[in-house]
Design a protein around this ligand. Sequence first.
Ligand code: ATP
Ligand code: 6CM
Ligand code: CA
Length: 574
Amino acid sequence: METDMDSVRVESSLWIGNKRYRAFLSGWYFSWTEIDKGNREKKTISVPVSEVIGVKEGRVEIQPQKKVEDTDLDFTLFHVNRNSRGNAQGLTWSLGRTQFCCPSRAVRDQWITQHRTALKTHSPSRPHRLLVFINPFGGKKRGKQIFHSLVSPLFELAGISSHVVVTERANQARDYILKKDLTGFDGVICVGGDGMFSELLHGVIGRTQQEAGVSENDLTAMLQPCDLHIGVIPAGSTDCVCFTTVGINDPVTSALHIIIGDSQPLDVCSVHDQSTVVRYSVSLVGYGFYGDVLEESERHRWMGPLRYDYAGCMVYMCNRSYSGLVQYLPSDSQISSPRDNTRCLSGCRVCSESKERLFPHFDSSTSLYSSNVSQYSTELEGEWVTVEGTFKCISLTCVSSSCPRSPKGLSPSAHLADGTADLILVRDTNPLSFLTYLHRHTNKQDQFDLPFVEVHRVKAVRFSLPPGEEEDFEEEEEKIQSSAERVLEDPGKLCSNNIAGHSQQHLTGQKEKATSTSRLKRPGFVCGPCCTKPRSVSVWNCDGEILPQTEISCRIHGQLVRLFARGIEDSTRA
Ligand SMILES: Nc1ncnc2c1ncn2[C@@H]1O[C@H](COP(=O)(O)OP(=O)(O)OP(=O)(O)O)[C@@H](O)[C@H]1O
Ligand SMILES: CCCCCCCCCCCCC/C=C/[C@@H](O)[C@H](CO)NC(=O)CCCCC
Ligand SMILES: [Ca+2]
């Protein structure tokens, strides 16, 4: 056996079953080449050290159950295996396992020691301790089972310790991150859907700004990029953030990306009203169709993930459109465009080149920003463009927002970390044309190649109602409030032609909304397809949350957070 202790180099004969191999560990790779009876070299298998999950003494299995056969000569190597599956965009990863037999115990121990040293020196960014939040009610309510049966055994194998919090209420994860001592944690993980991801996003951004003394409410402030990584184990209904950043919704694939310490920067959009930051978004700030679908779907949570399909059909049938004034600040069209037919894949050039532009004062040798940099961004300077009209929907997305329902996403050429978002304006059109637009999200046809659709790559957006709209709106609100009151007195009075058969509970909800949230400045959603008078104001859907504000300003913060992911791997190169 040959070893070089300084630079991690080991070489020896090893056996897998009855076949002999020449095995070699250099700094970055572990490879083994089969040697046939005539001493000729055959096929070589190579595993990058960065993709080794763990090395164990003996013959070890962890799935379906942990089993150890302790022998003096054997060691088991666990590593990432790539498989392509179905019509997913990315590759699924699974746990690969190879059992090696050594010529002596001393050689076996050398191999194990050297593998562990290689992991420390050549894969230094791996997490050691994680804070895990499980939403037991997300998606199909399988969060706990997914974590305990699929993820936790992998973390254990990789030597990662996790502190698990099973949430008991909404916003518990966000508040925990904002308030508790997080010393010693290398990352925060959610087991749930986009709503859980959003809690972690708000916790991590809020905490980082508090610690840096940056005012989140100031639209012009340079937000401090967040060091604490976020990991997502998909267990929700849509899992758009996971699908967009990994290419597939698979808990094992995501767990393996977390273990090897992958790091994917992500753009974030801050949404403001006149004086405060309202929320942060990664995947969708959407008005019109997507706002209405969300509002309708929230009333049918009991349907689980199917609620979006049901709500989608109902809202489509309502055939609504809304007038508004959209203003946007275009990004540099020389760098990229939403119609350039590119895909943001792992190692994306546009995203990596954006880093210097986004953080010109960052010194990568010290990982620090120079101290005399202005706290205020010049990003909002430039020429704003104004578009006034009537829209079926207005969508702003920092990323492609792909999901199993729409494998290319809302904007297929959007980038995860280029500091821009894509603004999609779908003008009022006939129902069939709008259906064509929606349907193109599910196939290979270009959804932007339609005369009533426009898309712009932007750094900031403002939305306001056309002058006079607010007054109509308040009038309308009064009407709805009094009609809700009448219906509560006699539920049979309204909507005898209501095909959706809305319950009294629904109407009670409407009354509560109409009476307690007059500051929302918008009427409630009365009763879906049976409404004869279309309402004039929609709601904003912000990553699956309804915003109480209608007039908002949005700004994109390039690479504000980091995920344990690497973007979508090119499946044609697997
Ligand atoms: N214990 C809990 N009880 C009630 N609500 C919770 C609890 N824990 C988290 N939540 C909230 O539930 C909401 C939905 O959860 P989650 O995102 O995990 O699932 P989902 O809505 O099914 O999936 P998706 O967001 O992908 O559509 C989140 O916004 C979160 O704030
Ligand atoms: C004829 C076939 C028509 C099919 C139309 C498919 C269109 C799909 C577009 C996909 C857009 C996904 C945008 C992501 C939004 C998420 O941040 C958010 C939280 O999970 N989800 C919703 O708001 C849930 C709202 C989802 C609406 C579908
Ligand atoms: Ca982007």
